[in-house]
Design a protein. Structure first.
Length: 401
């Protein structure tokens, strides 16, 4: 059973939205999911459409010991998804449990009792596959109880500049809880939320997160989506309200990455076993190559190889390929400039047609008689055009009549 705390001391970064919709996505994938509302504002309880009447079991009564963890669970409209709801009474829980001994581990002990009772009824089976804690926007006793009852931490970060300022403080708190309360606690995921790819600032913040936390930042950021903002008012998850929206696509991809983490963690013992086998095999190979193994086993000399009775024919060397014929580029002879012509000028093109030379006379064939000289041909245009009439010149009138 994976126990994950979704935490950030800054409010309005999307912790409740991620807890509700990531739990719904994991439940749709066939996992048994329990979400725990540790925020006194009870936003997660309202998001999933659960209403508590006065005196019903809640997170407040579980922390004070008035109710068990299992009795306070409520079903939701999503199959395989249950919630531990809360109400406004949780706001005074920190003052009431501040003087209790072991106040940081109250939720962890209640969770252990639930697991023990379930294992007694069904041996070898966990009561749930995932437990997600929606932490309040503070680092008080409620957040410490969530961290103490978890094995993993998901940081929900808004892709803005001010959201990066609290990252160092959160990492310090996680390390402090790891040293004092829960040595097995580890940071396994960072969820970028309210991401707008059109803004350069959002892209730069996401790039910085991936630079400093390359193994923890999920590849899928939760984009800004109107459907995600509208779904809590209808008390529905994004998969019930707008299953074709961008928000539903982002949370489905995020759930796939979380399930991939689980598959990789389950394959680590097999990889460790194969690595130990490889070490043993390497030790055996090094011992076989050592001088101790050579002294223990007698050396066996290979039998001598007799020379061949007849010498093998030598292979004639292959002839070298003949070089390709090389045709040099003909040199260009510069044109001689005639006398009286400017150098570099282009000579005018002559319109004179050179008459063809005499044809060779074949032997045994009579030579035709030469044709009589003919008169030069007249211009057809001038020959066919009529003679132009003389132009009459009019005299200019004078000033006298």
């Amino acid at each position: 059973m994976r126990r994950i705390a979704l935490i950030n001391q800054k409010g309005g970064v999307g912790k409740t939205t991620v807890t509700a919709n990531l739990g719904a996505a994991l439940a749709r994938a066939g996992k048994r999911v329990v979400v725990v509302d540790l925020d006194p504002q009870a936003n997660l309880t309202l998001y999933l459409g659960v209403e508590l009447a006065g005196g019903e079991p809640s997170t407040y009564r579980v922390l004070t010991g008035e109710a068990s963890f299992e009795s306070a669970l409520r079903a939701t409209t999503t199959p395989n998804l249950r919630i531990l709801p809360t109400d406004i009474h949780l706001s005074g829980a920190e003052l009431e449990i501040s003087g209790t001994k072991g106040r940081e581990g109250l939720l962890r002990r209640a969770l252990d009792v639930w697991r023990t009772e379930h294992a007694r009824r069904r041996p070898g089976e966990e009561p749930a596959d995932y437990v997600l804690y929606d932490c309040p926007p503070s680092l008080g006793l409620l957040s410490l109880n969530a961290l103490s009852a978890s094995d993993e931490v998901f940081l929900v970060v808004q892709t803005q500049f001010l959201a990066l300022q609290g990252m160092s403080k959160l990492v310090e708190v996680i390390e402090l809880v790891k040293q004092k309360l829960h040595p097995g606690l580890k940071l396994t995921g960072i969820v970028p939320c309210l991401y707008d790819s059109r803004m350069r600032l959002a892209r730069e913040v996401l790039s910085e997160l991936r630079h400093y936390f390359p193994a923890q930042v999920f590849r899928t950021p939760i984009s800004t989506n109107v459907k995600l903002a509208e779904s809590p008012s209808f008390a529905k998850t994004i998969f019930e309200y707008a299953p074709e929206s961008i928000g539903a696509r982002d949370f489905a991809s995020l759930a796939h990455e979380v399930l991939t983490q689980e598959a990789l963690e389950s394959s680590q013992p097999v990889a460790a076993e194969s690595a130990s086998k490889g070490k043993k095999r390497g030790a055996l190979e090094s011992f076989a190559r050592s001088s101790v193994a050579a002294s223990l086993s007698p050396a066996v000399e290979p039998p001598p190889v007799a020379p061949p009775s007849t010498p093998l024919p030598s292979r004639p060397p292959s002839p070298l390929p003949s070089p390709l014929p090389f045709s040099p580029t003909p040199k260009r002879v510069p044109r001689k400039t005639p006398v009286g012509e400017a150098p570099g000028s282009v000579p005018p093109r002559s319109n004179k047609v050179t008459p063809p030379g005499p044809r060779p006379v074949e032997i045994g064939r009579p030579v035709p008689a030469p044709l009589p000289p003919s008169s030069p041909p007249s211009d057809p245009l001038t020959a066919s055009a009529p003679a132009a009439a003389p132009r009459r010149v009019r005299s200019k009138p004078t000033g006298s009549s």
